[in-house]
Unconditional design. Structure first.
Length: 85
Protein backbone atom coordinates (compact mmCIF):
# COMPACT_ATOMS: atom_id res chain seq x y z
CA UNK A 1 0.00 0.00 0.00
CA UNK A 2 1.25 3.46 -0.86
CA UNK A 3 0.60 6.04 1.82
CA UNK A 4 1.21 9.74 1.25
CA UNK A 5 1.12 12.04 4.26
CA UNK A 6 0.84 15.74 4.79
CA UNK A 7 2.32 17.60 7.76
CA UNK A 8 -0.48 17.20 10.30
CA UNK A 9 -0.29 13.45 11.05
CA UNK A 10 3.49 13.60 11.29
CA UNK A 11 3.68 16.58 13.62
CA UNK A 12 0.72 15.44 15.73
CA UNK A 13 2.00 11.90 16.25
CA UNK A 14 5.59 13.06 16.79
CA UNK A 15 4.42 15.54 19.42
CA UNK A 16 2.91 12.74 21.52
CA UNK A 17 5.67 10.22 20.84
CA UNK A 18 3.68 7.96 18.51
CA UNK A 19 5.15 8.70 15.08
CA UNK A 20 6.24 5.05 14.79
CA UNK A 21 2.54 4.15 14.70
CA UNK A 22 2.55 5.23 11.03
CA UNK A 23 5.44 2.87 10.36
CA UNK A 24 3.83 0.04 12.32
CA UNK A 25 0.59 0.33 10.33
CA UNK A 26 1.79 1.30 6.86
CA UNK A 27 5.51 0.57 6.60
CA UNK A 28 6.89 3.25 4.30
CA UNK A 29 5.35 6.73 4.28
CA UNK A 30 5.83 9.10 1.35
CA UNK A 31 5.85 12.84 1.87
CA UNK A 32 5.84 15.38 -0.97
CA UNK A 33 8.83 17.69 -1.18
CA UNK A 34 6.49 20.56 -0.22
CA UNK A 35 5.69 18.82 3.09
CA UNK A 36 9.38 18.19 3.74
CA UNK A 37 10.21 21.84 3.06
CA UNK A 38 7.31 23.02 5.20
CA UNK A 39 8.65 21.03 8.14
CA UNK A 40 12.36 21.70 7.71
CA UNK A 41 12.44 25.23 6.31
CA UNK A 42 10.94 27.12 9.22
CA UNK A 43 14.20 28.07 10.88
CA UNK A 44 13.12 26.24 14.04
CA UNK A 45 12.19 22.68 14.85
CA UNK A 46 8.61 21.40 15.07
CA UNK A 47 7.62 17.90 16.17
CA UNK A 48 8.69 15.53 13.41
CA UNK A 49 11.32 17.80 11.83
CA UNK A 50 14.26 15.62 12.77
CA UNK A 51 12.36 12.45 11.98
CA UNK A 52 11.49 13.41 8.37
CA UNK A 53 15.19 14.13 7.87
CA UNK A 54 16.50 10.93 9.43
CA UNK A 55 14.00 8.05 9.41
CA UNK A 56 14.53 5.68 6.49
CA UNK A 57 10.82 4.75 6.30
CA UNK A 58 9.77 8.33 5.53
CA UNK A 59 10.51 9.01 1.85
CA UNK A 60 10.53 12.47 0.28
CA UNK A 61 9.29 12.56 -3.34
CA UNK A 62 8.56 15.12 -6.02
CA UNK A 63 4.98 15.46 -7.20
CA UNK A 64 4.69 13.59 -10.50
CA UNK A 65 1.21 14.52 -11.74
CA UNK A 66 0.09 18.06 -10.87
CA UNK A 67 -3.09 17.77 -12.97
CA UNK A 68 -4.23 14.74 -10.96
CA UNK A 69 -3.53 16.64 -7.74
CA UNK A 70 -5.69 19.54 -8.90
CA UNK A 71 -8.51 17.17 -9.88
CA UNK A 72 -8.37 15.48 -6.48
CA UNK A 73 -8.45 18.85 -4.73
CA UNK A 74 -11.62 19.79 -6.65
CA UNK A 75 -13.18 16.42 -5.81
CA UNK A 76 -12.34 16.87 -2.13
CA UNK A 77 -13.87 20.34 -2.17
CA UNK A 78 -17.06 19.04 -3.79
CA UNK A 79 -17.36 16.15 -1.34
CA UNK A 80 -16.79 18.44 1.64
CA UNK A 81 -19.49 20.81 0.39
CA UNK A 82 -22.30 18.32 -0.05
CA UNK A 83 -21.67 17.80 -3.75
CA UNK A 84 -21.77 21.50 -4.66
CA UNK A 85 -19.00 23.48 -6.35
Amino acid sequence: MIVVSNTSPITSLAAIGYLNLLHDIYGTIIIPVAVYEEMTGLGYSVPGTIEVQTLSWIEKRELENRLLLEELQVLRFVLCNGGRL
